[in-house]
Design a protein around this ligand. Structure first.
Ligand code: C2E
Ligand code: MG
Ligand code: MG
Ligand code: MG
Length: 288
């Protein structure tokens, strides 16, 4: 009986899986040309102080406009980029583009860039980052790299070694999607992170789920004891921001504070530039 079930399952799933595999292969092939064809773009989402509302920085989020399929989610194409190794070239482009864009901001805001675990196998990730900082003349303290706990799965010792080299450059390191990975506490014990990014699922649930609320409070207390600021991801409503504020959360990011958008949204406009060239135009006129 078990055997016939298995046979049936195989017969049922095989054409489906075949189609999925073909699809996957086609996407991987298209992705290998996406960079040179200019189909990749960075969008930026604001990160604010939860208490004052001040802008602290922006997270770079990769976007792929496929010529026939339209926009494809990073949740779909990042894993393909990782499997194929394309993430090395793409990740380098992301770092360089984000650092270059950061240099054009009107104010010295921080720029946060997501790093894939696969980028840690690069022979010299820290050297690459250092070169990009020099090339783009960006102060290392303005760059923040977001990593997830999956970075430690393959080779923890190596990942920690590379992270220490990166940190020695003066670059900040955040732990992303905190609370939904494995061995979160062990991760925090292993490395002096500069920021904890609490996964958006807790923010989303905390109003209707007592467990989620308890976890939000615990992580905020943990950040407090360790002296690490906590950023709540996925803030979608004023009510959520208010709760986080009352609970003493340091930073927030989410659709309520600002959706990810093209760089034009965050770079100074031509009018801003003019304002800089002729700063006190009004005053000057009234004096004379
Ligand atoms: P992440 O780093 O945790 O980024 C946060 C994700 O949540 C982004 O999805 C963002 O658009 C989304 N988000 C922001 N605010 C809200 C909100 O209020 N509600 C909801 N429901 N979602 C919100 P996105 O852009 O689709 O990226 C998904 C993931 O793909 C990222 O998660 C990150 O892990 C990865 N990713 C994106 N860009 C890059 C990249 O340049 N390199 C690498 N390695 N990974 C990237
Ligand atoms: Mg992130
Ligand atoms: Mg996240
Ligand atoms: Mg995520």
């Amino acid at each position: 009986r078990a055997k016939s079930d298995i046979t049936r399952a195989v017969c049922f799933y095989e054409p489906q899986m075949d189609k999925a595999a073909r699809e996957h292969h086609a996407l991987a092939s298209d992705l290998s040309h996406a960079l040179e064809l200019g189909q990749l773009e960075l969008h930026y989402q604001v990160q604010k102080s939860a208490q004052s509302g001040d802008v602290l920085g922006y997270e770079a989020l990769l976007r792929w406009s496929h010529p026939s399929r339209g926009p494809i989610s990073p949740a779909v194409f990042i894993p393909i980029a990782e499997e194929t190794g394309l993430i090395l070239a793409i990740g380098e482009w992301v770092l360089r583009t984000a650092c270059r864009d950061a240099g054009k901001l009107g104010k010295p805001h921080k720029i946060a860039v997501n790093l894939s675990p696969v980028q840690f196998v690069h022979n010299d990730l820290a050297g690459l980052i250092r070169d990009i900082l020099v090339e783009t003349a960006l102060s290392p303290s303005r760059l923040e790299l977001e990593i997830t706990e999956s970075t430690f799965i393959a080779d923890k010792a190596r990942a920690l070694h590379v992270l220490r080299q990166i940190k020695a450059l003066g670059v900040k390191i955040s732990i992303d999607d905190f609370g939904v990975g494995y061995s979160s506490f062990d991760t925090l014990r292993s490395f002096p992170f500069d920021k904890i990014k609490l996964d958006g699922s807790f923010t989303r649930e905390m109003e209707r789920n007592a467990q989620a609320m308890a976890i939000v409070r615990s992580v905020l207390a943990l950040g407090q004891s360790l002296g690490i600021p906590v950023l709540a991801e996925g803030v979608e409503t004023a009510a959520q921001l208010q709760i986080l504020r009352v609970e003493g959360c340091h930073e927030a990011q989410g659709y309520y504070l600002g959706r990810p958008g093209p760089k034009e949204n965050i770079l100074p406009t031509a009018a801003d530039q003019l304002q800089k060239v002729i700063p006190n135009r009004g005053t000057g006129l009234s004096v004379s």
